[in-house]
Design a protein around this ligand. Structure first.
Ligand code: SAH
Length: 349
């Protein structure tokens, strides 16, 4: 790193201090914040109502959007999904996905460069974790989406590269920036910002005590320890007997619903017995299940069940009182399972 911090990690007090240290009057902090969040622009050059001298002074200490996150590639796919590959100040690569829908847009942010969790079907973890992203590098991904969309995204999900609860402080600080109203944040509703964890139990416990309105999603993917450990090494550290009670305690503490992500792999976790075991596992606390047909990735020998089998699994859960949705991946055409675009650049097994 070249030592400069991203502007996108600064709260109102830090923005004010940055402007003061640059020798400018206090009202400039609000103007600066508006260029970051209210009508975000990519570079110092576009911040036309700030004096040149102020921009130069700030640029000595801070990175603008292009400096934080230089766009290398924007791949478009079916359904309007955009996959953005960006270069960070130290040369590392990171991915962000933007999913525009008719009436709302979702941005899927990365929290780490790569991932250390090593889930068998996930492309992000194949080369391990190079480093954590700073809060500014995470929040800047949402600002970049706003620049590309021409408006503020409605939802943010931590479902890009990385495990947010392995980078807890920065992920939470980034969520605060994305949630705060302009000029110190993007103004995305707290309930529209979702943390997704593979099951890092200490993170879930901390999140339960945080007193925030952000949403929690847990990547479950299998209803028994045997199957789950085969897919997700994290299950050996925090098996279902530890994970599920922690999730239950989270719902009790916060009064919130939790979402379980469940990737369907044909012949592996998609039989009626698995649906039955899943129902038994999550009985008795407020939750829903989001089924995701496996997105094929090189190096994982599995495929999605056909559409009728996915729907049969969903309706079995639904008939037994568990709210279940089936999500069709929108990014197949652009290698949009997270981590794939970066891997195609850096190579690797
Ligand atoms: N580390 C976090 C967030 C990143 S992954 C987590 O595990 O929740 C976001 C979601 O995509 C997770 O549910 C993950 O298991 C899922 N996923 C990863 N690779 C996939 C693939 N090839 N097909 C379908 N879902 C996948």
């Amino acid at each position: 790193m070249d030592g400069k911090a991203s502007l996108y990690g600064l709260d109102a007090a830090a923005l004010a201090e940055a402007v003061r240290a640059a020798g400018a009057p206090a009202f400039r902090a609000k103007q600066l914040g508006e260029w970051l969040w209210a009508r975000p622009v990519a570079s110092w050059d576009a911040m036309t109502n700030l004096p040149k001298a102020l921009r130069t002074a700030l640029a000595e200490r801070f990175l603008d959007l292009d400096g934080t996150l230089e766009t290398l590639e924007v791949a478009g796919a079916d359904g309007g999904t955009l996959k953005i590959l960006s270069r960070l100040a130290d040369g590392e690569l990171v991915e962000t996905v933007v999913i525009p829908a008719r009436d709302r847009a979702t941005v899927c942010v990365s929290s780490q460069v790569g991932c250390a969790m090593g889930c068998a079907f996930c492309a992000s973890g194949r080369n391990g974790c190079a480093r954590n992203l700073s809060a500014g590098e995470i929040a800047a991904q949402a600002a970049r989406a706003a620049v590309l969309l021409g408006r503020r995204p409605d939802n943010v999900v931590f479902m890009g590269m990385g495990e947010p609860f392995a980078n807890y402080d920065n992920a939470l600080a980034a969520a605060r920036r994305m949630n705060a109203p302009a000029p110190e944040g993007l103004g995305v509703g707290a309930r529209r910002i979702t943390f997704s964890t593979c099951g890092v139990v200490p993170g879930i416990e901390r999140f339960a005590e945080e007193g925030v309105q952000f949403e929690l999603s847990v990547s479950l993917h299998a209803p028994t320890d045997e199957l789950r450990s085969a897919l997700m090494p994290v299950n050996r550290r925090w098996p279902l007997g530890v994970l599920v009670p922690a999730v239950r305690a989270y719902t009790e503490k916060t009064g919130r619903i939790v979402t379980f992500e469940y990737t369907l792999v044909a012949g592996f976790n998609d039989a009626p017995e698995h649906a039955k075991a899943l129902l038994a596992l999550v009985r008795g606390f407020p939750c829903r299940v989001n089924l995701i047909p496996l997105n094929p990735v090189p190096g994982f020998d599995g495929r999605a069940p056909d559409a009728a089998d996915c729907e049969a699994f969903r309706s079995y859960l639904e008939r037994h009182g568990l709210n279940a949705t089936l999500r069709r991946s929108k990014g197949r055409g652009v290698n949009a399972s997270c981590g794939q675009l970066r891997r195609s650049r850096i190579g690797g097994a």
